[in-house]
Design a protein around this ligand. Sequence first.
Ligand code: ADP
Ligand code: 5GP
Length: 189
Amino acid sequence: MLKKRGKLIVISGPSGCGKGTVIKKLSEKIPFWLSVSDTTREIRDGEIPGVNYNYLKNDEFLSKVNAGLMLEHAAYSGRAGKITYYGTPKPPVSAHLEAGENVLLEIEVQGAGQIKKALPEAILIFIMPPSMEELEARLTGRGTEKPEDIKTRLETAKTEIALADSFDYIVENDRVDVCVEKLVEIITK
Ligand code: ADP
Ligand code: 5GP
């Protein structure tokens, strides 16, 4: 008998809204395979290559795109305005879905739109911060970006929030546990 394909779940939302935090908690509640993205951004303190991201040079990234090896990819404003690429490698996602596992992608909104076009059965969830003030406080509190990069991320957040209605679900991340419960409900229903 053919194995039932897993569900493809896409979690997006502005940088600093708490995606990483809620996904970690979610992994304690339900099983899924978390895709490891490729990126051209610099590694942050505490990140591990192959676990948080695969860190590639621009030409390596673009040759993977040209070879059709990315399910989606996007340019995102990186440090000091430098263009940074992020993308989801296709082969591992296909393999895990075919093996019947749920697959979760944590990606920004342009990439989410590409996923919905390519795979309409994907479940798109937008994580909404309680307010712009709280988003700024979370980004500042995380302390991983310089003030000018936080400013760029907050500008990008406005255009991302404007696209939230194109998602299947919008879930506010006010309290982490409440947000995670809502995600469990959406994914398991
Ligand atoms: P993202 O992955 O969306 O960029 P993170 O998960 O890194 O965001 O969260 C950004 C910062 O906000 C972190 O310091 C995290 O601890 C904090 N945070 C996340 N969710 C909440 C919440 N519900 N309430 C308060 N702080 C939060
Ligand atoms: P960060 O630099 O904070 O890790 O990520 C910046 C933004 O890139 C976040 O919104 C994150 O969700 C997004 N991102 C991470 N991986 C991917 C990916 O593979 N594709 C796309 N389109 N966005 C990604």
